[in-house]
Ligand binder design. Sequence first.
Ligand code: NOJ
Length: 564
Amino acid sequence: MQNKWWHGKVAYQIYPKSFCDSNGDGVGDLQGIISKLDYLKALGIDILWLSPIYPSPFVDQGYDISNYVDIDPSFGTLQDFDELLAKAKERGIDIVMDLVVNHCSSEHEWFKKACADLNSEEAGYFYFIKGKDGKVPNNLRSYFGGSVWTKIPGHENEDIYYSHYFAKEQPDLNWYNPKLREQVFKLVNFWIDRGVKGFRVDAILSIVKDLSFPDLPADDTDGMCHAAKMNARNLGDIGKFLNELKAKTFTPADSFTVGEVLTVTPDSVKEFAGPDGYFSTLFDLSCRELVESHPHYRMFPTVTPDDFVKCVFDTQDLYQKVDAFVAPIIENHDEPRGVSYYLPEYLQNEHGAKTIATVLMFLRGIPFIYQGQEIGMTNTKFESIDEFNDLYAKDEYRDMIEHGFTEEQAVACCARHGRDNARTPMLWDDSPNAGFTTGKPWLRVHQDYKTLNVKSQFGVPGSTFSYYQDLIKLRKAPEYAQTMTYGTFARVNIGSGVQAYTRTALDQSQKILVIANTNQEELRYSLGDLKTANTKVLISANDAKLDADGTVVLGCGGAIVLAL
Ligand code: NOJ
């Protein structure tokens, strides 16, 4: 594998609206992020991905962009952004922007011009499609509920619709139009020229459409089919579009890019993230897929630690086989907190946070940490639907009530699966609003902020934060860096509830063993012949230890990393 500047790095995702508010308006901002750069540096991260900070009506929290080449005033200005870039760089941190170009906002001037004149150039940037038999063009259901088709504003009496795989305020951009593609390349280069080192590429499979707009077999009683199934069916021209994007933007700038791609296959992994892939890497979203392959929250299965680890390890095998780099994650802004979602109740705490962190941090690929994960944030106790902000959760709540669930059941289900779990404010200290803002936070604060916060953990040996620092340090330690970055991955089957794997240096000179126990019962595992005179513990959590006779002893949540 050819060495790349981003190999061996650790990345961190910031959800700007909820990270740190510098001006008391209840919304995080760029100056807030700047004020926390030393904190991020101390954690040990190298790459910072910012969820969208562009001007937006925030129907989908910034994933509905109304101007691609500016900063939303609630976050600051382009000058603030330049300051962030420069100050991050001083600390050895590179900034990665969110690239949301499957759709824009219905408030973007392109869409406004398009609706005002259906023969304008901008009209060609969207899918304006005639209905079929007096109905919408096909039966796809959008990600946030309802049809992907809506009548064009100002043309409600005509039989013509625009496509939106997400909210109706997020009209899909027509990548089959070369003029639209040129617009996209231009905006990407705008940020590259400013100093951005890469992009996280949103919902990118959705840019391919079957232009005959067929119906798909219904997946629920509403007669509709989830739009994601259309993407899974056929990737059509995606190679043409993404190779062009890469050649005209990422390649000349040597950008680091990470794609949001669900439903991968060995072929698509190679195509997307192999040595000549469209992107540097893809997120491991396999656990999400396990859940989201079901159309509604009410159908989402519970993911056990074994399901979780199977997804993660299958992904490792898949990427390794095609020489591709994956970006392992535990959570992001679209998911509940990993500790609450993937672990049994008795580990939904600081112990579990360390257990799962140990499994994540030594996988092959470039790990991404999501804000708050490093202090072990768990799900927030939402008690009423009014406490949610996310349009997705609100639609699922409506769906559950319509299907006869009680209000209490619907709220509990949204609280379990909802994206707002990850979006509640970052917990900095035990002062009102957890030190996130001096104003009224835009989303409620986590119930445990008095005890669960950065201040109570920073510099405190044994805290989750300190443990994350140590994990990152170990991952990047010069004597292990080659193995951690390029070494082969192999799973070790010890038993249900136990997550174990090795990483072996390509020249076989070094082997690392990672074991974590999510069972309540103690695990005693004899290393047998694997133990050598040089075997040593590199890091451990929750009292895990290696006995002199070569037995690894892991209590509930115990996790250990050994050099064999
Ligand atoms: C994926 C993003 O992560 C999510 O937050 C957003 O709602 C959709 N794409 C649409 O942009």
